[in-house]
Design a protein around this ligand. Structure first.
Ligand SMILES: C[S@@+](CC[C@H](N)C(=O)[O-])C[C@H]1O[C@@H](n2cnc3c(N)ncnc32)[C@H](O)[C@@H]1O
Length: 311
């Protein structure tokens, strides 16, 4: 009988991003992250998260390496260009290096096909956890999204790529079937991450120059220039969720009343909101009819960004 669900996720984060990482995991997998590791039957692409290092699709779960070896011998499939690695956990409970190497050699010799350490087509992983050996397909985060750090058009108050990636997952709990709107999309940071992950997202921006820049960014990464240069208050469509990086007094002139109107319009056009702000807007959210579900803080220099999820 299986002890573990189908997938093992190994996660890592710098301490200042601990809260947003935990929130992303809680919303996407419906459970708390413990020891930077998570087991789930939910299949999620590791490259769509800024924090998941790898997803091991568990093929064999055994008490000993010998039993894993027996399963590998039974599998007659030929895997040309494969690589087997020990999946190191971030909780320090890893077995010593020499032992790991020995296991890798032993198992690799019994996998049909030839190794390719540089450009493998099949990645296998093995690890030990709670006295069980797990062997499976190792799907690493490809980190290609780091290319989004260098957009042709940037903006001093843009979100960082990691925060943007996490908030798009938080907005729709990782489900690509639902719709998202970023009604104040700036230069399109969330749009790039959402489109890259396959989400259905639309974006609006009131400032013509910034809207043009957002479309330049989208096209630069191969996406359609979908940003509409319009006031979000004119939006007549409805979406499952909105991501609202609220304009703030720190960088632009906006009154509390205008911020309240933005939250009210977000309520009108979306069932769920992920509100990103430098101030506490709990009261405005509640007065607009939202109920707060989750929250976290991400430090930004001397300031704190509040991320609040409400429905
Ligand atoms: C905090 S910035 C968003 C930054 C964005 N998340 C990014 O990473 O580039 C807020 C943006 O909202 C836009 N904005 C303000 N009022 C708006 C409105 N009523 N409708 C649409 N956009 C608006 C501003 O021009 C500004 O670009």
């Amino acid at each position: 009988m299986r002890k573990f669900p189908k997938y093992m996720y190994v996660v890592n984060y710098p301490i200042q991003e601990e809260e947003i990482c935990h929130l992303e995991m809680k919303v996407v997998f419906g459970k708390e992250l413990e020891d930077k590791m998570l087991f789930s039957d939910v299949k999620f692409n590791p490259s769509n998260s800024p924090f998941i290092k790898t997803r091991l699709d568990i093929l064999y779960e055994k008490d000993t390496v010998e039993e894993i070896l027996e399963e590998i011998i039974k599998d007659k499939t030929i895997y040309d260009n494969f690589k087997l690695e020990y999946v190191r956990l971030t909780n320090e409970n890893n077995i010593p290096y020499e032992e790991r190497l020995d296991i890798i050699r032993k198992l690799s010799n019994k996998i049909e096909g030839c190794h390719n350490f540089k450009n493998p087509e099949f990645n296998f992983g093995i690890t030990k956890i709670e006295n069980k050996w797990l062997f499976g397909i190792d799907n690493k985060n490809d980190y290609k999204w780091h290319a989004h750090d260098n957009k042709p058009c940037s903006y001093s108050n843009s979100l960082g790529v990691k925060v943007a990636k996490a908030v798009v997952n938080i907005a729709n709990s990782g489900s690509i079937d639902k719709t998202i709107v970023d009604p104040c999309c700036g230069v399109g940071t969330t749009l790039v991450e959402a489109l890259d992950a396959g989400y259905k997202i639309e974006g609006y921006e009131i400032n013509t120059q910034i809207a043009n820049n957002a479309n330049i960014n989208l096209e630069f990464y191969g996406f359609d220039p979908i940003v509409v240069n319009d006031d979000m208050h004119n939006i007549q469509k409805n979406y499952d969720s909105s991501i609202v990086d609220i304009p703030y007094g720190l960088f632009s002139h906006i009154s509390a009343d205008e911020q309240r109107k933005i939250i009210e319009t977000a309520r009108r056009i979306s069932r769920r909101i992920v509100l990103i702000s430098f101030e506490n807007h709990d009261l405005m959210l509640e007065e607009s009819g939202f109920k707060i579900q989750h929250r976290c803080i991400v430090p930004k220099g001397k300031f704190k960004r509040f991320i609040v999820v409400a429905e």
